[in-house]
Design a protein around this ligand. Structure first.
Ligand code: SAH
Length: 485
């Protein structure tokens, strides 16, 4: 049966969607979104679910509300479960009411899942309680933007007399008008104001001013304007978190349970997590690798430098006993662990996880070495082993591709810290964001740092240890030194 659910997405941070909303995203057949929905939330939607963007970009040609209503009705006829994801709460200036009305009139069953509205999230993240004993016994939410530029005809005197905290959405363009109307109705020009731009997004910014000064402030959209005595409070709960206000771009595949991302978020950072590289099938579809592995007895050594090489090669094996007389060398504990998952051990792993160290610790000999890896890679290892007398066959086990970028360039360029978790991510990042130089890079090791220097990145720190703890420690130190400046 045709069914549409309006789900409040919250202000941006996917952690602020409700459990019910999250469940529905996971079981949707199609998700209909707005441009205000954060791409991090889109990552929670399974890859095989269609996403239809009906975003109403300010100024750009886009779907009219009537067209959105029709689109929802049309989609509900061809899909089991349509999730209409709306920023914040669906019924607060989201025109959710009109969508529900149209759907019910068309005989479609509807569910509404409320969301965390920006009207409450923005003041909360700025340390402003919208009600507070002795200061405000309530709050009111108004819009600064009326249908077809109709005048803002609130009863301003009643608003001022109420002493309620006033929360303004869509108020950036008309902030001067609003401030003037409030002052004309008797509000003191010194009344505190907090403006919060893009709450829970990487470019979040908050600004403290007064009603008298509001018009003169530079403010970017989207923003929430909070006016009243409560806006003078600053319960700085975020200041108690070591990475508060820092945005971190992690260049690795999104996983809601990623320990590093979790830890950074718990420390108060805003984390954007998306890969700069993706592993693809080899250019010949895997033929060369299958042929080589079928003739594995011809080799003396098998050499792996990545988890991907291990997995691609081991997946071709039908009988592990054929590896019995072959020695195996690996670089990196991650590579070794991947091999052990196939119940296969290794004979040689250099203490340092770099190609040079492997060449140093490899014996001299005249036999043959099979090396499944990406076609494009450093030649240190094959060159070094050949110099020691070995015949080395490189077979292409996978290719490194670059996924479509996750963010727009202007957003990527605002990220405070970008974490490069492999040397190959540097190339991927440059292809994804050709016009952006990361402000501050964290490199997983010295090779990655060199690639970043080649790119012209100036601020680079190298993690002492490739682990969640090692990376968190480096990022905490960066945060501490930037607050000292
Ligand atoms: N239904 C939404 C509001 C839609 S109207 C909600 O409940 O939040 C759009 C307005 O919401 C914007 O003009 C801005 O005032 C506010 N807004 C939405 N997301 C925001 C965010 N992440 N940061 C600041 N303001 C936001």
């Amino acid at each position: 049966m045709a069914r549409v659910v309006l789900v409040g997405a919250g202000p941006g941070d996917p952690g602020l969607i409700t459990v019910r909303g999250f469940e529905l995203l996971r079981s949707a057949d199609v998700v209909v979104t707005d441009f205000l929905v954060d791409s991090r939330l889109k990552q929670l939607i399974p890859a095989d679910v269609d996403i239809v963007d009906v975003g109403k970009r300010p100024g750009a040609t886009s779907f009219s509300q009537e067209a959105i209503n029709q689109e929802l009705i049309r989609l509900s006829r061809s899909h089991g479960l349509v999730v209409r994801l709306k920023g914040g709460d669906p019924f607060l200036f989201g025109r959710g009411g009109e969508e529900v009305d149209a759907l019910l009139a068309a005989g479609i069953s509807v569910e509404v899942v409320p969301g965390v509205t920006s009207a409450l999230a923005a003041p909360a993240y700025a340390g402003v309680p919208v009600t507070h004993r002795g200061l405000a016994d309530g709050y009111i939410v108004i819009t600064g933007h009326r249908h077809a530029d109709a005048p803002l005809d609130y009863d301003w005197s009643a608003l001022v007399a109420s002493k309620l905290t006033i929360v303004v959405l869509m108020g950036v363009a008309r902030r001067g008008l609003i401030a003037d109307a409030l002052m004309a109705a008797g509000m003191s020009a010194n009344t505190p104001v907090v403006v919060v731009e893009s709450v829970t997004w990487p470019q979040e910014r908050s600004l403290r001013t007064t009603v008298g000064q509001l018009a003169a402030q530079q403010i970017g959209s989207p923003a929430v304007i909070v006016i009243g005595t409560t806006a003078g409070l600053h319960l700085d709960w975020r200041g108690s978190l070591p990475l508060a206000g820092m945005s971190v771009h992690l260049l690795r595949p999104f996983d809601p349970h990623d320990r590093l991302a979790e830890k950074l978020r718990a420390d108060g950072a805003t984390v954007m997590q998306a890969p700069a590289i993706e592993i693809q099938d080899p250019s010949d579809g895997g033929r060369a690798l299958r042929d080589a592995m079928r003739n594995i007895e011809r080799y003396d050594w098998l050499l792996f430098t990545s988890k991907n090489g291990v997995e691609r090669a081991m997946e071709t094996m039908v009988d592990l006993r054929r590896l019995a007389n072959i020695k195996i060398a690996v670089i990196g504990s991650g590579t070794r662990d991947a091999l052990e998952r196939y119940r296969v051990g290794s004979d040689l792993m250099p203490a340092e996880f770099v190609g040079e160290a492997l060449v140093d610790s490899f014996p001299a000999g005249s036999g043959r070495v099979l090396f499944p890896r990406a076609q494009v890679a450093r030649e240190v290892v094959p060159d070094g082993l050949r110099a020691k007398g070995w015949g080395v066959d490189i077979v292409e086990a996978y290719q490194i591709g670059v996924p479509v970028p996750f963010m727009k360039e202007d957003l990527a360029s605002t990220m405070d810290v970008t974490v490069f978790t492999a040397a190959s991510t540097v190339r991927g990042y440059r292809e994804q964001y050709p016009g952006v130089l990361p402000k501050q890079a964290v490199a997983i090791g010295p090779v990655t740092a060199d690639r970043l220097r080649d790119l012209g990145v100036e601020q680079i720190v190298v993690a002492e240890e490739y682990s969640v703890e090692g990376l968190t420690a480096v990022i905490r130190r960066l945060a501490a030194s930037s607050t000292q400046e």
